[in-house]
Design a protein around this ligand. Structure first.
Ligand code: ADP
Length: 169
């Protein structure tokens, strides 16, 4: 039985992440999407909110499960006895960072945790959670970036944080 973890911040989940989830779910018997609670970042959504949103967008894919973890990916991987991590690659700029993280995970886990990369679909190569938040913070249209259920959640946050851009919407 092949099991993989797709770790990330998912703040919020975008069509780019969903594309990777769908494709990885076809490659593995089981895919655990894990929200890593990274204290170094100030997220827009709480871990619980991100988990709920991921569950909503993956509810029709039976072999996908959503979880969260505070700690090293390697420790989570050991906890659930899974030795493959999936990461998405959009551009060369992702590669350098991702390569370093993949090497680090493999080294500190004593060769136990391997990373495989799935290249982004062309139409989502520009897309990141940060881009979504940037566009929405100025009242811009994010319908091409996230599904409607996620758009609602992002707009609800932005109405509070940036009311000046949402007063007539
Ligand atoms: P992190 O903070 O761990 O980088 P993200 O939520 O930004 O978490 O991304 C999680 C993973 O999804 C990363 O491997 C990232 O490269 C990948 N990813 C993000 N956006 C896209 C996209 N548009 N297409 C493909 N992969 C993506």
């Amino acid at each position: 039985m092949k099991h993989a973890i797709y770790p990330g911040s998912f703040d919020p989940v975008t069509y780019g992440h969903i594309d990777i989830i769908k494709r990885a779910a076809k490659m593995f018997d089981d895919l655990t999407v894990c929200v890593l609670d990274n204290k170094a970042k100030t997220p827009l959504f709480s871990v619980d909110e991100r988990v709920k949103m991921l569950r909503k967008v993956s509810e029709n894919i039976p072999n996908v499960h959503v979880d969260s973890y505070y700690g090293l990916l390697m420790d989570y991987a050991r906890k659930i006895d899974c030795h493959i991590a999936v990461r998405g690659l959009r551009a060369v700029t992702d590669f350098e960072y991702e390569l370093q993280i993949a090497h680090a995970n493999r080294t500190i886990s004593g060769g136990w945790l391997d990373t495989i990369f799935i290249t982004s679909s062309m139409e989502y190569a520009y897309l990141s959670s940060s881009v979504v938040k940037e566009i929405a913070s100025f009242g811009g249209d994010i319908t091409l970036c996230v599904p409607p259920v996620i758009e609602e959640e992002v707009i609800a946050k932005m109405r509070v944080l940036h009311p000046e851009f949402y007063s007539n919407k």
